[in-house]
Every structure is written in C-alpha cells, then in structure tokens.
Design a protein. Structure first.
Length: 469
C-alpha cells in the first residue's frame, strides 16, 4: 500500500497518461486521495475524527467519470468496486441490497491481500511446487497399504475434525529405486534450466466446480459463508488434468502458497485495507432521484435512504468479519440529464461535499484521446492489425478528420462522449479487419481521403448515421 503516499501532482500526472482533459476532476480526486494518506499519519484519536471527503461527479456519458476513478484505484493499489445505484432495491424487495457493495469491496480487498501474501511466499512455494513436479514427471511405485491401516487412518481423520483441522488423507508411501532417484535429479536440473516448460504432465488439482457449488448469493449478501462449514464436512474432490509443465507449476504454486499463508491474517489485513483505502464508485446515482426517468414500484427515495447510513458510516457484517464504512471513500457519478443533484435527499447531498462537473469533449480532446494515452485507440488498432503482419499508419490529417466526424455525430445525435470514437474507428477499419489475414504482409496508410471514402457519406446522411454510427 506504499503507492498511496503519492502527491496530488504525481497522481494527476499518472491520470494524464490515460484520461484526457477533466483537470478539475483530476485535481479534486487527487486531493481527496492525498487527504487519506495525511489522515493515516495522524494519531488514532485524530484519525477517528477525520472523515473522507466524498465526491459527486456530474457529466454526460463517455467523458471519463468511471475511468478516472478506476485508474486512480490502480495507481494507488487500493480496493475498488463499481456499482450501479439503479440496480439496488429498497429493503424488503427482491434484489440486491445496498450492503452488497461493501461486501463486494471486501471481496476485492481479500483477493488483493491474498495476492500480496502469495507474492511474499512465492519463492518457497515455487521450490515446493518443483519438488512435486519432479515426482509427477518421474512417478515411483506406491507401496501397498495394509488393510488394518484403514481403521487407524479413519480415526486420525476424525481426530483432526475434532481439533478443528481439515481432515487430510494419509500420504501414499513410495518405493524410490536408484533409477527413479537418478531420473528425478536429472529432471530437477532440467526444470531449473527451463527445458521442460512445454512438456505435458498429468496433475491432480482441487475441483473448481466444488468451490462454486457452495456459493449462495442470498446468504452471501447476509454475510453468511457456507464454504468453510461445508468444506469441513464434504470431502475434497480432486480432478485430473493434463497440462504443460509451466501451467502445472502455477497450479501447484497456488496450492503451496495456500499452505504457507494464514487466512485469518489475510482476512484481518484485508478488512483494514478496505476500511482505510477502499473506494466505492456509485454510478448512475441520478437514476434514483425523484426526477429520474425510471419508473417502477420500488421507491427510488427508499434506495437513497438505504445508501445514506453506509455513506455516513456503519458496521457491515461480511463472511470475513465486520467492516466499518466510516472511512471508505465514496465517489458518486451521474449525467443528471433528466434531474439535478438537488433532487437527491438533503441528507445524502450533504455526504458528498465535493462536486465536480466534467466538461463535454471537444474536437481537440478527441485528437488527444486517439493519440496521447498509453492505451490510445489508434495504438490499439495498429497493434491488433499488426498481428496479421499488416502495418497500419495513420496520418495526422486522418486522425483530425476522425475526431471531427465523431464530434459532429455527438452533437447531431445523442452525445456518448469518447465512446463515439470506438464506433467510428470500427466502421472505418471494418474492411481492413476483415481482409487483413488474407493480405499476408503489407503497409496501409490511413489518410483523410480514406476516412472520407469509408465513412464520410454515412456521416452526411443523417438518417443512416443515426443507425450505423
């Protein structure tokens, strides 16, 4: 979690690599994040008094609201979950209750913490996995089990269950001959040199279907987990798979890592991480206002009142333990085309003190979106088509023309922001994407005339562009 100590200027600089424009929103969210780091430097008494400055982002679709929040979470390595407010229902109705967004956040935090712990023990886990791989590649003959051992093995398993341990089957004894021992020594050297990565090996692994069989969405929403309870009763089902050595190693490393970490510590640290650095992105919050266009029996104001105590701060029970929402950062977003922020209930408005309005994207913004970010659309299409050994080059005039057409379409039809660029580019490069594999190799230059020939007429035809672009 060291990444959280970045300065606001550093955070904005990193966001600029992926999101064009919206400087006001970037500054506000960078300050909110830095304030979380500042709070964690204070003594415990003062930490409890400082609440997060939740944010309300207002702007049309496709201008970067979700992308800013998602990229921010990746930059600081913080637990992040995105939920749509319109999918929640008031307490007493069938559907997702609002507390599920906190449980989703804890689930993300647990997975992040587990991966961090796995990274710390990976070297030991790889060594243990390689030992198991050698035995699988050069199996020895198993010793015959005596029948009178069955009863003692069963009693040992019952004893493990009484002590709160997961019952394990007795390990099979092997008869390792000199030939097998020499073969394993040779395989160990080859594994260390990476000479066996593409060889096939048969392994036994935990059945993934069994792990999902005990998942219950409704019980999970109440913070009840049947996996641990039923896992101690139901025998561990194993399935056989034939995979490459490289894949087998990762499967075995995951199993060995589980043995080397403490799940209780992971759950405790994950809840603390979610409490102090977690970010919940509430999208489409304008759809649960009184002025929203959605209709239905479920009270939109009732959903707001259910969200209110979570944003204010409360204890939520999860299957990993209770979590306090006092210091979770909530970022709400909405277009507010059919309503306005003042349509939210007053108590909820007060819990989002920072309001940022995101601007419509201009033609120059579209040009930057196409070329500047690390994941720019033009770069993506050049890489995609390049897999067919076809080199594509865009002239600057072509990029400006694409941006101009996308800008016109947004103002003549419904404004969908930067997402319009994907529609335009897909139609522009449709023939090249279809014929690319049959071209063998070649160079293609996308010019302004090429753009006009492919999609210029469609944009000019208002009725046609409404359905195609």
């Amino acid at each position: 979690m060291d990444a959280i100590d970045k300065t606001p200027r550093e955070i904005v600089g990193l966001l600029d690599q992926y999101v064009i424009g919206q400087d006001e929103a970037k500054r506000a969210i960078a300050i909110a994040l830095r304030n979380r780091y500042r709070r964690m430097q204070l003594d415990d008494a003062m930490q409890e008094e400082i609440s997060p400055k939740n944010m309300l982002m207002i702007g049309p679709t496709g201008v970067g609201k979700t992308e800013i929040a998602r990229r921010l979470a990746k930059i600081v390595h913080a637990p992040f979950t995105k939920v749509e407010a319109s999918k929640f229902t008031e307490v007493g109705y069938v559907g997702r209750d609002v507390e599920s967004m906190v449980r989703d956040l804890v689930e993300v935090s647990v997975n992040m913490e587990k991966q961090d712990q796995f990274t710390r023990v990976r070297s030991d886990a790889v060594q243990a996995a390689n030992k198991r791989l050698v035995k699988l590649l050069a199996p020895a003959k198993k010793k015959e089990q005596k029948q009178n051992n069955d009863f003692s093995n069963m009693m040992n398993m019952f004893s493990q269950m009484q002590n709160g341990e997961t019952p394990t089957a007795p390990a099979d004894d092997e008869e390792v001959t000199d030939d097998i021992r020499n073969q394993r020594l040779s395989l160990t050297e080859q594994l260390d040199k990476g000479l066996l990565e593409n060889n096939q090996v048969e392994i036994e692994m935990a059945d993934p279907e069994q792990a999902n069989a005990t998942d219950n969405n409704m019980l999970g929403q109440m913070g009840i987990d049947l996996n641990d309870t039923l896992g101690a009763i139901m025998p561990k089902k194993r399935v056989k798979r034939t995979v490459r050595v490289s894949e087998a190693r990762e499967i075995l490393v995951a199993e060995e890592s589980e043995k080397l970490v403490n799940n209780a510590d992971i759950n405790h640290d994950a809840i603390k991480r979610a409490e102090n650095t977690g970010i919940i992105f509430l999208d489409e919050i304008d759809k649960i206002t009184k002025g929203g266009q959605n209709s239905g029996d479920v009270s939109r104001e009732g959903v707001q009142r259910d969200i209110l105590p979570i944003v204010e701060g409360t204890q939520i029970k999860t299957k990993y333990g209770s979590i306090s929402t006092d210091h979770i950062l909530f970022i709400a977003a909405g277009a507010f085309a059919e309503s306005k922020p003042s349509d939210l209930i007053a108590e909820l408005q007060g819990r989002f003190p920072i309001r940022v309005e995101l601007n419509d994207l201009s033609k120059s913004d579209f040009v930057k979106i196409l070329t500047e970010p690390n994941n720019a659309l033009v770069k993506q299409y050049i890489a995609l088509i390049g897999t067919d050994n076809v080199k594509v080059t865009f002239t600057m005039e072509a990029i400006e023309r694409i941006a101009e057409l996308a800008f016109e379409l947004n103002h003549e039809n419904q404004n969908i922001g930067a997402r319009r660029l994907q529609t335009v580019l897909e139609k522009l490069l449709e023939d090249l994407l279809f014929e690319g594999p049959d071209m063998g190799t070649g160079d293609v230059t996308i010019t302004e005339n090429y753009v006009n020939d492919k999609i210029g007429d469609i944009v000019q035809n208002k009725d046609l562009s409404r359905y195609i672009l």
